[in-house]
Design a protein. Structure first.
Length: 708
């Protein structure tokens, strides 16, 4: 990303072998065919709230073309992420079904899957399993009545594999831990990104964050993160060619930071970061020079870190792009050269680097099918089981920056997320290649620029992001340049938002069409209705704090419609001061309660003013209402502002509501894009649904603003 921002895992727990014989119901084989199986249920690692398990099924009977394995947990274990299978869980009952590529198991053949889970109390091993509906009983026998839970597994994309790499590689990262790259990447979930620190230029603290300390990682680990990505920009610390020697002091500092994170038993991703746009981008015109510097840099990094734990992962380059490249096809060829050179530099350095997990990006870390196809081709060509694919995701761009009237996490935004995560699953995970989304977030979410994305819409976005990651078997890393964890205090900037993010790692949460009920102060109070987004949960009730409101008299639910009655609103809104007068919670059967702010408002009023193109603030009485977006048009209806393709201009780039000072600021960028002397009609759209019109005219550096 360009400039933006004490849970201790234990060692491995021994594998537990359950030998069982089962009669299997086969869709394409005679029903009476004899069958049997053995199940190896191996808890690879366990910590105080979670665990990682590998499960291997051996078919002792006739060949089968599909399989369903079922069991009941003995405690409150919950699967949070599963790979190489589709699963469902109802209470303690679990059902895992094959994917399109691993359904067939010959006699004495095996297949395996793995999962991460959460638990409290005792993490007991399941006592029995069933295969295709028949209890494993230690003999090869005839089919018996099915005892398999009836719920269907979660939907999994159905792309077929193409041979290499295997989902069960013959060599694995040295030093213990998960036995496959897929299992290791799953164990990295969730991940956190140390943005704007070692990637900052020219120094670690130049972009506003304090120097990293051991306490930084202690705090992040305590929040439940299992991996950390440490982006590093190397070019300010490189000597001249041909050696391009890394400043020893800086190299030592990078190692110190890496070792602090590793000491907290987290996986660590170390990379080459903003070098991508500073000098690596020149590969189009200077391929020899760029490759020479790139190889020299990676050979030094590889040598320095060859003895580190296998929990250190190396990443070739961040968001690679190439200046002046005539096509994505040529850019893909250059990226293939870089990724291959990186692979050879690391592997040839020996030590732990011989089998270390390596992370390779798509072009620009962009999730499109052609770019993922190109990366998969590179991964196939390297014939190595310990490679990970990477992409970045910051949301559907119009919504993520609030432009073009995309103010909500609507169907377009949801589908964009579904498409990209499903594509990554189909292109890589379904073919046995693990995926680590090295940066995820919401593009213009920034604690220094509040309001760009309305808070409820932000919560819905992150709730869905966690779900899509789990559903597609993708590990994510939250880019944090300081907007989530305050690096000075090591406290969460928005605990409520983090609670939603944290919950999304393991469960869905119910939401609603809005987190606001805006009630006009100057009108009679009437019933107000929101649409519930259940997301697989069930509605449990409406609360104010710990007090339950009364169904029927205070609120009513009809299908997905939640209606808060006028009588309850009258009581709760009280004296009707402008702004939030009360807060309710919609509670669901799981996940985080949905907060609903009850707001009294009237239509905002704006006043005439004069200013300059560099300083112009419209006097505004907001009267409790909140700005959603601004539309700007010339007299002929064409767009006015920095975006000429939409009349709805970008929040913060063109306009900035200033609730503290009762003003709406228009930016110099907005005025610089206007035609001199042409009157522009501004329409401010508020979350209440009200609109207010205003007019501005620029004359040189002077600006006049009027209400009519």
């Amino acid at each position: 990303m360009r400039q933006r921002r004490a849970l201790l895992a234990s060692g491995a727990v021994g594998a537990l072998l359950l030998t069982c014989a089962a009669a299997v119901t086969l869709p394409n084989i005679a029903a009476a065919a004899a069958a049997g199986c053995s199940v190896n249920y191996a808890v690879a690692s366990q910590w105080n709230v979670g665990f990682s398990t590998n499960v291997t099924i051996t078919n002792l009977g006739s060949p089968i073309t599909s399989w369903t394995l079922a069991w009941n947990f003995g405690g409150d274990q919950q699967i949070t992420q599963l790979w190489n299978g589709g699963y469902s869980q109802s209470g303690t009952g679990v059902t895992v079904k094959n994917l399109s590529y691993n359904g067939s198991i010959g006699t004495n053949g095996t297949t395996s899957f793995g999962f991460n889970g959460s638990y409290s109390g005792t993490n007991a091993v399941p006592a029995t399993f069933t295969l295709n509906g028949t209890a494993c009983n230690g003999t090869v026998g005839s089919p018996a009545p099915s005892t398999t839970p009836s719920s269907s597994p979660s939907t999994s994309p159905s792309s077929s594999p193409s041979g290499f790499p295997s989902s069960s590689p013959s060599s694995s990262p040295s030093g213990g831990g998960p036995s496959t790259a897929m299992a290791a990447v799953a164990a990295m979930q969730p991940g956190w990104g140390l943005g704007n620190s070692l990637d900052a230029t020219p120094t670690e603290t130049s972009w506003g964050n304090p120097a990293v300390t051991k306490a930084t990682f202690d705090s992040v680990r305590a929040l439940g993160y299992n991996s950390v990505r440490i982006p590093v920009t190397w070019y300010p610390h490189l000597g001249a060619g041909p050696d391009y020697t890394v400043d020893p002091t800086f190299m030592a500092r990078v190692k110190q930071v890496v070792d602090w994170a590793l000491s907290d038993n987290m996986y660590v991703i170390l990379n080459v970061h903003h070098d991508s746009w500073d000098w690596i981008a020149n590969m189009t015109t200077d391929p020899t020079g760029v490759l020479a510097e790139y190889n020299a840099l990676w050979q030094q990094i590889a040598t320095q870190f060859q003895g580190e734990s296998n929990k250190l992962v190396l990443e070739s380059v961040n968001e690679p792009s190439f200046n002046g490249s005539p096509s994505d096809s040529q850019s893909a060829q250059m990226l293939n050269q870089l990724n291959t050179a990186f692979f050879n530099d690391v592997r040839e350095s020996g030590g732990g680097n011989a089998t270390r997990l390596l992370l390779l990006p798509t072009l620009g870390d962009t999730p499109t099918q052609p770019l993922m196809d190109n990366l998969y081709t590179t991964i196939q060509s390297l014939h190595d089981p310990n490679l990970i694919a990477s992409f970045h995701y910051y949301g559907y761009w119009p919504f993520a920056v609030n432009i073009a009237n995309e103010t909500t996490f609507d169907t377009a935004s949801q589908q964009d997320m579904i498409n990209d995560f499903t594509l990554a699953h189909n292109e890589f995970v379904a073919k046995g290649v693990p995926v680590y989304a090295g940066e995820v977030g919401l593009l213009n979410y920034d604690y220094t620029r509040p309001g760009i994305i309305e808070r409820g819409e932000t919560l819905k976005y992150f709730e869905a992001l966690g779900y899509q990651a789990r559903a597609n078997g993708i590990t994510t890393n939250l880019w944090d340049a300081g907007s989530f964890v305050n690096r000075n205090t090591l406290q969460l900037r928005d605990p409520g938002l983090f609670t939603q993010i944290q919950s999304s790692w393991t469960a869905r949460s119910g939401t609603a069409s809005s987190d606001m009920i805006l009630v006009p102060k100057s009108s009679a109070i009437t019933d107000q209705t929101l649409t519930l987004n259940l997301n697989g949960t069930t509605f449990q009730g409406l609360y104010q704090g710990t007090t339950a409101l009364t169904s029927g008299s205070d609120y009513a639910v009809a299908g997905s419609q939640l209606t808060v009655k006028a009588a309850a609103l009258t009581r709760l809104l009280g004296s009707r001061a402008y702004g939030t007068d009360a807060t309710l919670q919609a509670r669901f059967s799981q996940g985080v309660p949905w907060q609903i702010n009850l707001i009294s408002y009237d239509t905002a009023t704006l006043s005439n003013t004069n200013g300059t193109t560099s300083s112009f603030a419209i006097p505004t009485q907001f009267h409790g209402d909140v700005v959603a977006t601004m539309e700007a048009k010339y007299a002929d209806g064409s767009a006015a502002g920095t975006a000429n393709w939409t009349t709805y201009q970008e929040y913060w780039s063109d306009f900035i509501p200033d609730y503290t000072n009762n003003a709406i600021d228009l930016t110099s960028d907005f005025f610089n894009a206007l035609t001199d002397g042409s009157r522009v009609t501004l329409t401010f759209h508020f979350w209440s649904g009200r609109t207010v019109t205003y007019y501005v005219t620029k004359s040189g550096s002077s600006v006049t603003g009027t209400v009519n």
